[in-house]
Design a protein around this ligand. Structure first.
Ligand SMILES: [Zn+2]
Length: 334
């Protein structure tokens, strides 16, 4: 099982275990050395110490599976769709001047059937709700769950139907946690603007069949955030609540080195001083809005590598974590 992703990110417990083992081995060798006073025992001492260091460094080098070709294509598609969003989006409104939500004005934008997933209403202050899209994925979903459990934080997983069918054990694990929500994120993650109404209905219904085996809750998030009037109507008839986001972490835009291109930085509104840090960008976006629903993905390495640090820094800044079905976010679900 994965214990840490980056050297330096290990927990106090892990360091303690390592030091304990090292101390144990070294003590045995020192006792032998004391008893025999021979030079070769020093050689053994060095070898044992070196071995224990190697064991630990192997542990520190544990990596989650690298992304597949299919996932690479998914990320490329995300880039294209986000660029389209950016071009189609009306003039951006500064987060500080967003209107305050009222129950009667909980619509996501002025264009209810188009690019409505970015919530243009002020989120509850100092309250965040983490959402993870595009899973479940072997090891990655488990890793996210382990971090959430460690800090006792609830989240929502928007699942892709065909992956639910492929990895029932992972869905079971999310369900068994008892405090996470699961949502429908379509069967194959198509752009709903590019498929006909029948196919939209199938994407929703097929995924519902798969997800309802694990939860009675009905939450839906559009792939790429692209909705259509017809599917919205169908979702409402089926009793779904449609979930957008206040903050797009833009984990898809930051590359392996943790940097974002000038083009993607413009799309994601990444400030110049944050272009080399996914976590600083995400924190800045959350701070700027004061809180909100955060869009993350389980297929992007930056999310996994920095999830724990993100949670720790948010807690340090006294942000609270709430589920989407809590009172704080009820008014933001459509
Ligand atoms: Zn998605």
């Amino acid at each position: 099982m994965v214990t840490c992703l980056e050297p330096g990110s290990r927990s106090i417990f892990e360091v303690g275990v390592f030091l304990g083992f090292s101390f144990f081995f070294e003590s045995i060798v020192l006792i032998v050395n004391f008893c025999h006073s021979k030079q070769w025992t020093w050689l053994i001492a060095t070898l044992v110490w070196g071995f224990s260091l190697e064991v630990h460094s192997q542990d520190a080098r544990v990596r989650l599976p690298s992304i597949t070709v299919q996932e690479e294509q998914h990320i490329d598609a995300m880039r294209v769709h986000k660029a389209h969003h950016f071009e189609a989006k009306p003039q951006a409104v500064a987060p500080s001047s967003l209107p305050t939500v009222t129950p009667s004005s909980a619509s996501l934008t002025a264009h209810p059937c188009a690019y409505e997933s970015e919530i243009a209403k002020k989120p509850p202050f100092k309250t965040v709700s983490l959402t993870f899209d595009d899973g479940p994925s072997p090891e990655r979903t488990e890793f996210i769950l382990s971090i959430l459990e460690k800090y006792n934080i609830p989240a929502t997983f928007f699942l892709i139907g065909e992956k639910v069918k492929k990895h029932p054990d992972l869905v079971e694990r999310i369900a068994k946690s008892g405090h996470h929500l699961m949502g429908n994120h379509s069967w194959q993650h198509p752009n709903f603007h590019e498929i006909d109404v029948d196919q939209q209905e199938r994407e929703i219904a097929q995924t519902q069949q798969a997800v309802q085996l694990y939860t009675a809750e009905k939450y839906f998030r559009y792939p790429y955030g692209n909705s259509t009037c017809e599917s919205r109507e169908q979702l409402h008839q089926l009793g779904y609540k449609i979930v957008g986001w206040h903050i797009d972490s833009c984990d898809w835009a930051f590359d392996k080195t943790g940097s974002v291109s000038e083009h993607d930085a413009q799309i994601c509104e990444v400030k110049a001083h944050n272009t080399s840090s996914f976590i600083d960008h995400t924190l800045a976006a959350i701070r700027e809005r004061g809180g909100g629903i955060v869009l993350l993905h389980d297929i992007h390495p930056n999310t996994l590598k920095q999830l724990e640090a993100l949670i720790v820094r948010l807690q340090r800044e006294e942000f609270h974590f709430e589920r989407l079905d809590g009172a704080a976010f009820e008014a933001f679900l459509n």
